[in-house]
Design a protein around this ligand. Structure first.
Ligand code: PHE
Length: 327
């Protein structure tokens, strides 16, 4: 009776198992060292001798039945586990994100300039005409305003900044010298969208105001910066006289670079000694303080460095282009 009851119970429990762990619990319960069957085997000696043979046979049958059932089920679990790993299935592939090349380059430029003790400053893309032009010594009817034809917002005197130079003004109005900042940012011009022009692009500004700053300080800084950025220790750099209303004297900076198998000087930055009027506009005494400023186009630097032929590639977000710069 006891054996039959146990058999029914075990069958029912075996039907309900869901995992190899459940199966193991059942094995221990019935076949374990302190299991139900063990108890029944121990009981064998208390059975009446004439019934003992029959009892022993049934008990053995139960044992074999349970061992077999458990073995079968374990095999089934093992097969299922194996099936879950199918090496012929395509892998689950997650594409890794990366920064846009311009972000990467701005980070690199900042890194170099921070290494030269420049602090990073930011300014808004929507600017006042005062910060963008007037304070920078570009009066209303100055032809330089045409050079930087801009996009006016509805409200008069509010524009999209045409360069990062207004950040010079913002910084000088809020901080006292010495000042040594660099300022990356997006700028806007009313321009064509062709291989070398875009109505939106990026610049990095530099400004250093202190006592007795010299033009050779400016030259040295530009040289160190450009040699680092273009990763060429002996990079040849040329300063040519130029004009900006907010610097005097002013220079254009060019580097000797091989393009299409030919070496030529390519212009990469504008710079100069900060004009005394600009200092005055920011309540800084030009008799006491002076300094230099520079401005560089990020796309331009990048196009030269990586031989990118068309500025539009930066903004089209064509993955095959961008992926080449996923470092
Ligand atoms: N702001 C100038 C431009 O956009 C670049 C410049 C910056 C030149 C600082 C001199 C000094 O062209």
């Amino acid at each position: 009776m006891e054996i039959e009851r146990l058999l029914e119970e075990a069958k029912k429990e075996l039907e309900e198992i869901k995992s190899p762990e459940d199966l193991e619990k059942i094995r221990i319960k019935y076949l374990g060292r302190k299991g139900e069957l063990k108890k029944l085997f121990e009981n064998l000696k208390n059975i009446q001798p004439e019934k003992r043979k029959e009892y022993g046979r049934k008990l053995n049958e139960l044992k074999i039945f349970l061992e077999e059932e458990i073995r079968k089920r374990r095999e089934r679990f093992e097969k299922k586990e194996k099936k879950e790993i199918d090496p012929t299935l395509p892998g689950v592939y997650k594409e890794r994100g990366y920064l846009h090349i311009l972000k990467e380059e701005i980070k690199r430029i900042e890194e170099i300039l921070v290494g030269l003790c420049f602090e990073i400053e930011k300014g808004p893309e929507i600017e006042t005409e005062f910060n963008n032009f007037e304070a920078l010594n570009i009066p209303e009817h100055h032809p330089a305003r045409d050079m930087q034809a801009t996009l006016f917002l509805e409200k008069e005197k509010i524009i999209l900044r045409t360069h990062t130079s207004p950040i010079q003004i913002r910084t000088m109005l809020k901080k006292r010298p010495p000042i040594r900042i660099c300022a990356p940012g997006r700028v806007y011009r009313r321009d064509a969208f062709d291989a070398s022009h875009s109505p939106v692009f990026h610049q990095v500004e530099g400004l250093y105001i202190d006592k007795d700053v010299t033009f050779s300080n400016l030259k040295g800084t530009m040289e160190i910066f450009l040699r680092e950025y273009f990763e060429k220790k002996d990079l040849e750099i040329k300063f040519a006289p130029s004009y900006f209303p907010f610097t005097e004297p002013s220079a254009e900076v060019a580097i000797l670079w091989e393009r299409n198998g030919k070496k030529e000087f390519l212009e990469v930055a504008g710079c100069g000694m900060v004009h005394p009027n600009v200092l005055k506009n920011c309540n800084i005494d030009p008799e006491e303080w002076n300094g230099y400023a520079f401005g560089m186009g990020v796309e331009r630097l990048c196009m030269v460095k990586y031989s990118i032929p068309d500025i539009r590639l930066f903004f089209e977000n064509e993955k095959r282009f961008l992926k080449q710069f996923s470092f």
